[in-house]
Write a protein that binds this ligand. Structure first.
Ligand code: BGC
Length: 667
């Protein structure tokens, strides 16, 4: 036990009461023993501390905080250090608002492009999602508070999220849906974890012994606290038996009574109860004692450097913007180009998603305001369409007239606030029709269009041909507008790479027939073949591959060396501009006996090189490089034989290939 003395002083009733929340955001205090409450708050890309009435749906306003780009956006930076830096800033803001547990990051796997929360999640790839999540966790926890990676596990669908049973085979569960959490726990050192709403193979996540005890605690060595998602406890006693330490939000004393009856009936032992209480007590004492943090908030003014965090949000957005298309080096724009800025999102940016992650930003920049500060000739700004999706002939005409007077049209478009939100899945992958109708008419008036997209998840692009260049900002946070202008004008060379595959059509996606399940069971029939693992292995078509993104410069790869512990190669910036490349390590085993995807991401590095600069790059193998989950033996194993080692600029653009004979340990 961690707190034996204090534990011995608690009555049975007090112990039972401690294991559920006092309010929507606080744990119970016990003044007679000086056990304080701790405060928990969302969220993953900015603090959402509700000072007034609390709710977990993002309805009531929260205190002002920096709205950083969402996880899906930062994932496109492929920069773990940046993730850690954002984590630190989030932690700092949390501390300044007297928050002890920050409810994030979210790292569920993007099984389908339609999941309503994809904007909050990192990737379709577990290794990558885990690395980014671990970076956030390290950053957040460096500030003396706990991060709480969520939602553990297999919560890749919003529809019926509280009453859905994910039916999934053991290997897919381990390799795709748990590996990210394993990395967040083992490498990030997460001290809290949030259990998901759904069931996994018939057991609610919060009552799932295999997940919470066998895997999380015993295999991964997690020694922190498990917190239910808000309203995610179904059988409190069963949860406590599985070492779920805190039911949130505030079920009144009903849950405590259930514990008391269970102890009386012998369904729950005192030892089981004590174990749960002890872990929670230890967290409460550790967190509340930390630096006696007094709230630095006075009214709405935050006790952190608002300007510095805004600048960080801008830099982060700039590093994450993805250049998808750039015909005839259309971008960057030349100085003094005559531009027309068109689109509702140019005036009122779409920069974050809806639901529990919604931040009340310290300020929000727009392209319409900031463009004045750039060396361009602005011929005008027009909305062109309304984000509510209603067609408006007068607005359209104004935009077309303006476009006719410019050399280049900067067209801001994408998904609006209602298109993607927590609590529901999208029912298609299209950008609203009124925005596309306008684009198709704009191109007739002026074919020099740079499409500037805002959307937290992937979309279909049948309108692709209308744009000479496409920049995808995802959900860029409160400072995204300046970042986008920096990239457009070449002040920043784009270095974002997609965290997910863009299919041509929704019908081409691997889970299309089974997602979202409208019934209790959601069958994960595509198995391991999620995202690029499917497209790459089957040769199915796609619009843009995983890991893809262009730059204003060029990179050349050469001289691959493969040894037992990793790979080395030379990377050279052979273009005309300084810039960063994301080198990706994929491993496959074409002649292996074990059925597996053609290649899988096993490492990556973001490298900045000045023009003409050349560097030797090393990416080390790790315990995940060659392993697979053997369902026969119930353990991680390595198949012996020749592995293919590939270095690529994305999954579909492998630049260097080598081999390594790996010693197996298959039984
Ligand atoms: C969400 C969590 C969030 C919690 C508290 C739930 O509905 O699923 O991600 O942390 O609410 O707001």
């Amino acid at each position: 036990m961690k707190q034996p003395e204090l534990l011995s002083k608690l009555t049975l009733e007090e112990k039972a009461a401690l294991l559920s929340g006092k309010t929507v955001w606080e744990t119970r205090d016990i003044p007679r023993l000086r056990i304080p409450s701790i405060f928990l708050s969302d969220g993953p890309h900015g603090i959402r501390k509700q000072a007034g009435t609390g709710d977990h749906l993002g309805l009531n306003e929260s205190l002002k905080a920096t709205c950083f780009p969402t996880a899906a956006t930062i994932a496109n930076s492929w920069d773990e250090e940046l993730g850690e830096e954002i984590g630190r800033a989030l932690g700092e803001e949390a501390v300044s608002q007297n928050i002890h547990v920050l409810l994030g990051p979210g790292l569920n796997i993007k099984r389908s492009p339609l999941c309503g929360r994809n904007f909050e999640y990192f990737s379709e790839d577990p290794y990558f999602a885990g690395k980014m999540a671990a970076a956030y966790v390290r950053g957040i926890q460096s500030q003396g508070i706990y991060a709480c990676p969520k939602h553990f596990a297999v919560n890749s669908q919003e529809l019926r999220r509280m009453a859905m049973n994910a039916v999934i085979d053991e290997r897919t569960l381990r390799e795709i849906y748990l590996t990210g959490f394993e990395i967040a726990v083992k490498e990030g050192g997460a001290k809290a974890i949030m259990s998901a709403y759904n069931q996994i193979n018939g057991e609610y996540a919060n009552e799932n012994r295999q997940l919470l005890v066998d895997i999380l605690r015993n295999e991964w060595g997690f020694d922190g606290i498990v917190i239910t998602d808000w309203g995610g406890s179904n059988d409190h006693v069963k949860g406590v038996k599985c070492q779920s330490n805190l039911e949130m939000p505030a079920p009144g004393l009903d849950s405590a009574r259930e514990i008391l009856y269970a102890v009386e009936d012998g369904k729950l032992t005192i030892e089981e109860l004590d174990l749960c209480v002890d872990e929670l007590l230890d967290a409460v004492l550790t967190l509340s004692g930390e630096g006696q943090r007094e709230s630095k908030m006075s009214g709405q003014t935050a006790g952190f450097d608002v300007t510095a965090h805004h600048e960080l949000a801008r830099r982060a957005a700039a590093e994450s913007i993805v250049l998808l298309k750039n015909e005839d080096s259309f971008l960057p724009l030349k100085p003094k180009t005559k531009v027309a800025l068109i689109g509702d999102f140019a005036i009122e940016p779409r920069y974050q998603g809806a639901g529990s992650s919604m931040v009340n930003p310290t300020r929000v920049d727009s392209m319409a305001e900031l463009i004045q500060g750039y060396d361009l000739q602005l011929v005008g700004v027009k909305m062109g369409y309304s984000r509510t999706g209603e067609a408006d002939a007068a607005m359209k005409k104004e935009a077309l007239d303006l476009a006719g007077r410019a050399e280049v049209v900067l067209y801001c478009f994408g998904l609006d606030e209602i298109s993607e939100s927590e609590g529901m899945d999208r029912n298609h992958m299209r950008v609203p029709q009124n925005q596309i109708e306008l684009l198709e008419e704009l191109v007739k008036v002026n074919p020099h269009i740079a499409g500037i997209m805002s959307a937290g998840s992937s979309v279909e692009m049948p309108w692709h041909y209308c744009c000479k260049a496409i920049l995808h900002g995802y959900l860029c946070g409160q400072a995204g507008a300046g970042a986008m202008l920096d990239v457009l004008t070449g002040k920043v060379n784009p270095s974002g790479r997609l965290n997910e595959t863009y299919p041509v059509k929704y019908e081409d996606t691997p889970a299309f027939r089974y997602f979202p399940s409208t019934e209790r069971n959601s069958e994960y029939r595509e198995g391991l073949f999620v995202g690029y693992r499917y497209y790459d292995t089957s040769g199915a078509r796609f619009q843009y591959p995983f890991g893809y993104g262009l730059s204003y410069t060029e990179f050349t790869y050469s001289d691959l060396d493969v040894d037992e512990s990793g790979v080395s190669f030379t990377l050279e910036n052979t273009g005309a501009m300084d810039g960063a490349e994301v080198a990706q390590l994929y491993i496959g085993m074409p002649n292996g006996k074990v059925f597996r995807p053609k290649k899988e991401l096993k490492g990556f590095r973001k490298i900045f090189l000045k023009k003409g600069e050349k560097k030797r790059i090393r990416i080390a193998f790790d315990d995940k490089s060659f392993r697979f989950w053997n369902v026969k033996t119930g353990q991680w194993e390595t198949e012996g034989g020749e592995s293919q080692i590939m270095i690529g600029a994305c999954v579909a653009d492998i630049r260097l290939t080598g081999t390594l004979v790996v010693r197996g340990n298959m039984e």
